[in-house]
Design a protein around this ligand. Structure first.
Ligand code: 5U1
Length: 681
């Protein structure tokens, strides 16, 4: 007897085992957001299955994860007639539209004898992506189609196979004979940024937004291109189901989908009336920009599927649902002109002057164009029709020009050769994207104003009441030149300014006096040295403990500091090589700016001195902010990602990929309780 013949799995069994594990890991990662194995384990199994299939091609099944690569290049898209049309939704923008929808639903159902108390509504997110229909026969994905004109779409089966959140086989032993799932293909915001970064590197046109990127990635005749794009799928409805018990409500349908491996967005709610709708709408709108994907509104639907059928459709939209749209974050307008602005470090930023347009709830008339290369890459001309975007509090941005609407008299932007403020030459080093005014703060009032504004800002010297307009007057009237001059101001020089009463002048002098007592980190940050942000300033202060030590440090010594790399070191050396900057530091100290000495022994005593922490998951009692504050107060630093240099990962519930990475790298992982022990409390 040869026991291994009986014990060793056959290639068939082995392949089935790999397939089912890979499909499960896929679902855990993409559908449940809860990976149970590191990516490396997935990759290892995938390679094993690939090798097995190469040796035994008859083992390849349509639901094999190795088939997610895209097939042959298509000559054109095959057309697919939708058995159940893919309709669009009626849109509403105002509260009144939402109340009207609820009233219409209730009145129509009342005609069928349905009591108001029997009516519930489901709300889910309206994704800004591409509507897709997926057909499963006996649990296996057999067809995927775009919406097209609603009646006829395009066959994108091969493409959708490459989307890892689309199950190739439903996770159930008893699948329906036929199931047609409706949902949306989207691209996450971070994947969109990464794709555009790759496009830039390859000198290819960037996508205007995640929706365009998703649509452009799916509508490729070569599905291998789609396979390289990080697309995702979320289901929100069902068109057909045969050979299975159909759930009674929309929310039960979504629960069933989750059970059988079809991804569903977890941001849902069951609501009773329009007042509820509005609360949910505002809650989601608040956190809209923190979501990993773009949404453009909320969809309200009658929750009971039977009631949905009773309500039916009017023209091409269901009567049982409506989309409550958020204010648009993108709009079309015209570039009237392109001017340049000079920043505090002399950076020249081209700004588009736009025909006024409503975007994201405000009127936009200007948008940054970042730099000259960006203008060329986006191909933006003066006179062009452009897409403008304003997401949340983000500065409005020109996303792209609409090339086919370019007027005959459109002009290419030419970067000026001289600073529009001081007339000094504008220079642009070969290896930098940003052009700069060469005047420095001595010659260029724009740099002087910017530098002073930064010096007085909240995170720097925090001088209350010293606003932009006031600084502008002080500089324009030649009352001050440097930051040290601020501390020489008196009531009379301040009161002589426009709109400045004696009382306000007194308050500013008080604020100036108070600001003299600061910290070394704030002082370093306030100097406005290029590439030296708040964190680097803190690191420099902690490492050197003395401003003169920083001023006299050489490159090698600077590079010893945590956040300091060659670029920052060079910038510090350049700044302190200028006698005017050294003089400024001395003057500020002479007028009384001071900070507590950082005692080396005190530094050592802090329990987390020199340690870096990464936070992941939800901690039992501490918020992230509170944990970060405790770590920093104890001399430690908080970082956003895990690396070999990380000292400790503080993990709570639902810790995700950072936890796995820490395990892989052998980084110490602690609980909140252990954290308190380390802290000595
Ligand atoms: N979230 C969601 N989006 N969306 C789009 N639900 C939803 N439902 C739709 C559409 C077109 O249609 C059904 C109500 C038929």
């Amino acid at each position: 007897m040869q026991p291994d013949l009986f014990d060793a799995p056959s290639p068939e069994q082995q392949a089935a085992d790999y397939r089912s594990r890979l499909n499960r890991y896929n679902s855990e990662y993409y559908t449940q957001d809860a990976p149970s194995v590191p990516d490396a384990e997935y990759d290892r199994l995938f390679l094993l299955l690939q090798a097995l299939e190469a040796a035994h091609p008859h083992l390849i099944t349509p639901d094999s994860p190795t088939r997610r690569v895209g097939g042959a290049v298509l000559p054109s898209f095959k057309q697919i007639q939708h058995v159940v049309p893919m309709l669009s939704l009626n849109n509403g923008f105002e509260d009144a539209d939402v109340y009207a929808f609820e009233r219409r639903v209730r009145e129509a159902l009342a005609e069928d004898g349905i009591e108001g108390s029997d009516i519930r509504f489901a709300a889910d997110l309206k994704f800004d992506g591409l509507a897709i229909s997926l057909v499963y026969r006996h649990g296996v994905l057999v067809q995927a189609a775009t919406r097209g004109d609603g009646s006829v779409g395009e066959d994108v089966t091969e493409h959708c196979r490459t989307i890892r959140s689309v199950p190739l086989r439903l996770h159930t032993a008893t699948p329906p004979d036929l199931l047609e799932v409706r949902g949306e293909v989207i691209m996450y915001k971070n994947d969109f940024e990464a794709l555009n970064a790759r496009q830039r590197l390859a000198n290819l046109k960037e996508f205007a937004n995640p929706r365009n990127a998703a649509a452009g990635s799916l509508r490729q005749l070569d599905a291998k291109v789609t396979a390289q794009r990080a697309l995702r799928f979320f289901a929100y409805g069902m068109a057909r189901c045969e050979g299975a018990q159909i759930p009674a409500t929309h929310s039960e349908l979504l629960d069933w989908y989750t059970e059988i491996g079809i991804p569903v967005c977890q941001e849902q709610a069951i609501l009773t009336d329009a007042a509820d709708f509005l609360t949910f709408y505002h809650k989601i709108m608040q956190k809209r920009h923190e979501l990993p994907y773009e949404i453009d509104g909320i969809v309200y639907k009658v929750n009971t599927l039977r009631q949905q059928l009773q309500l039916g459709f009017v023209s091409r939209a269901p009567r049982f649902a409506m989309a409550h749209k958020f204010p648009a974050e993108e709009a079309l307008t015209t570039v009237l002109d392109i001017e340049v602005q000079v920043g505090r470090t002399g950076a020249i930023t081209p700004v588009a002057r736009l025909a006024p347009v409503q975007v994201g709830g405000v009127t936009v008339t200007n948008a940054t164009l970042h730099n000259e290369d960006e203008i060329r890459r986006k191909d933006i001309w003066i006179g062009d029709v452009v897409i403008v975007r304003r997401a949340g509090d983000v500065i409005p941005e020109v996303v792209a020009s609409v090339a086919d609407q370019r007027p005959a008299d459109a002009r290419v932007f030419v970067m000026p050769v001289n600073c529009p403020i001081c007339g000094s030459a504008i220079v642009k080093p070969e290896d930098e994207a940003i052009a700069r005014c060469s005047g420095g703060w001595v010659k260029c009032p724009a740099q002087r104003k910017g530098g002073l504004w930064h010096f007085a800002s909240r995170k720097a010297m925090c001088i209350d009441g010293l606003g932009e307009q006031l600084l502008e007057q002080l500089v324009d009237k030649n009352v001050i030149t440097t930051a040290a001059d601020l501390y020489k101001l008196g009531v009379s020089s301040l009161a002589a300014l426009d709109r400045m009463a004696d009382k306000s002048a007194q308050n500013i002098l008080k604020a100036l006096e108070a600001s003299k007592s600061t910290t070394l980190a704030r002082f370093i940050y306030a100097l406005g040295i290029r590439h030296v942000g708040e964190t680097t300033a803190k690191d420099l202060a902690r490492y050197f403990g003395d401003i003169h030590a920083i001023m006299d440090a050489g490159e090698e010594q600077l590079l010893q500091v945590d956040e300091v790399g060659p670029v920052v070191a060079k910038s510090l050396l350049l700044f302190f090589s200028d006698p005017l900057n050294r003089e400024l530091v001395e003057q500020l100290i002479a007028v009384g700016v001071h900070w507590p000495l950082i005692d080396a022994s005190e530094k050592q005593e802090k329990p987390f001195a020199g340690m870096t922490f990464v936070l992941t998951g939800t901690l039992p009692t501490l918020s992230r902010e509170a944990a970060a504050a405790l770590i920093e107060a104890a001399g430690g630093k908080v970082q956003s990602s895990v690396s070999k240099k990380t000292s400790v990962v503080l993990a709570g519930d639902d810790a995700g990929s950072k936890f796995i990475k820490a395990q892989q790298l052998g980084v110490r992982i602690i609980t909140e309780e252990e954290f308190y022990q380390l802290l000595g409390t």
